[in-house]
Design a protein around this ligand. Structure first.
Ligand code: ATP
Ligand code: MG
Length: 399
């Protein structure tokens, strides 16, 4: 209950400014306001091919947003969310309950709601991205808790990413899966675009990984199984994500993962795409090669899943090095797996990090892989069984 109070506090004494104000929360007053909101939004690091060094810097800045931690780590089931936690059409593949399914936000099949800022109470900032800030928010009418991402149109324009954002909205709003961050809706005023997102109660997976250094095999396997389930869903819809990495994965209140950031994803009905995008460490060889060979399909996500599996288990990406060396290692598929990684896990990594995209293990076969089966039986969390059904993860241990 104390946690609920904590979260409720996050909404206290907050005034939302509307359309005419420059900033969403310029009149916000925080009682524990250590991190006041700066108005400047950095456009630095805009380049899509961020170097390894770039990648390392970002999370440190993110970790410094201390006042979001309170909310993120709060183990809450808000009354509004409890009502929304009932299961629905899709049974999650790996035992994590589906959340937020019957919300007013979500469940509006016939008449899409006309959203505006006044319908939300704005809470604490949850984080800051390249083009905007994300706030905890609550729909006034229902008390439904969500995350509101605020993007400034002028900055999107300057960054030349309007198209990309439009694509992100278009794609993400059609996706409904327990391991994919739900986009409930969007609206805009003259200056800003607002995205109404599912609130991922346990924050960024990247932070969890950095805190724990590397995940135990059971946890890595369960995360990878959830990733595979989400990718299977995406690929069936002919969507490839193309930017799979820990920074783009959030963690839900029950410790389940939520893929976010569809900025680089693309609808691929039949054709193969040729754009360069994503972070170097996670780029598959076919995306690095120039010329005729530089085509790729949704198999790019399988390579990235291999990199992710490795990073979960080892604590760093397999090809991490200088930019030139990383590129060289990727095109040759050169990496070594430390001794402490189990043979089963090594085997899955080997079957994902295959130079020839067509020869990578299929998503259906990942589900049946011995390493996954060992740690995620019958769609139930092995760990969950072992602890008598109590959901636990690292952040539980920390608090
Ligand atoms: P980029 O601009 O490259 O997408 P980013 O992913 O960090 O960077 P945002 O997606 O704008 O940027 O999110 C900023 C931060 O806010 C995230 O890193 C995360 O900590 C937090 N955040 C974003 N969305 C949510 C959410 N739905 N629930 C909880 N926290 C969130
Ligand atoms: Mg993001």
């Amino acid at each position: 209950m104390a946690d609920v109070a904590n979260l409720e506090q996050a909404f206290e004494r907050i005034t939302v400014t509307d359309e005419n104000d420059d900033q969403l929360v310029t009149t916000t007053t925080y009682h524990k306001s250590k991190g006041s909101l700066s108005t400047a939004v950095s456009l630095a690091g805009l380049s899509s091919s961020a170097s390894a060094a770039n990648r390392m810097k970002l999370p440190l800045q993110k970790l410094a947003t201390a006042n979001s931690a309170k909310i993120i780590n709060a183990k809450v089931t808000l009354p509004s969310q409890a009502a929304q936690n009932r299961s629905s059409d899709e049974i999650p593949a790996h035992g994590h309950r589906r959340t937020l399914t019957e919300s007013a936000l979500y469940f509006n099949p016939s008449s899409p709601k006309q959203w505006h800022l006044g319908m939300f109470e704005i809470g604490k900032p949850l984080g800051k991205g390249k083009f905007g800030r994300v706030y905890l928010a609550k729909e006034r009418a229902t008390g439904f808790v969500c995350a509101l991402k605020v993007l400034h149109k002028s900055e999107l324009q300057q960054g030349g990413v309007e198209k990309q954002v439009r694509r992100e909205i278009e794609i993400q709003s059609h996706l409904t899966h327990p391991n994919i961050l739900k986009l409930f809706g969007h609206f805009h005023d003259s200056k800003r675009v607002f995205l109404i997102l599912e609130f991922a109660g346990k924050g960024e997976l990247y932070k969890h990984l950095r805190r724990e250094q590397r995940f135990p095999e059971w946890k890595a396997a369960q995360y990878i199984a959830q990733m595979a389930a989400a990718l299977k869903y995406l690929h069936k819809k002919h969507v490839m994500h193309r930017d799979i990495k820990p920074e783009n994965i959030l963690v839900g209140i029950h410790g389940e993962i939520k893929i976010s950031d569809f900025g680089w994803s693309v609808h691929a009905p039949n054709n193969r795409r040729k754009t360069m995008c994503g972070t170097l460490d996670y780029l598959p060889p076919e995306m690095l090669r120039g010329g005729k060979e530089n085509y790729y399909s949704e198999k790019v996500d399988l390579w990235s899943l291999g990199v992710l599996t490795y990073e979960f288990l080892v604590g760093e990406a397999p090809f991490e090095d200088t930019q030139v060396m990383t590129q060289r290692k990727i095109t040759r598929g050169e990496y070594t797996v430390p001794e402490f990684v189990s043979l089963e896990a090594k085997d899955l990594i080997k079957k994902l990090l295959v130079l020839d995209p067509e020869k990578r293990i299929a998503l259906e076969d990942i589900e049946k892989h011995p390493w996954i089966l060992k740690h995620c039986q019958k769609g139930e969390r092995a760990y969950n069984r072992a602890t008598g059904g109590k959901f636990r993860d690292s952040s539980d241990r920390d608090s």
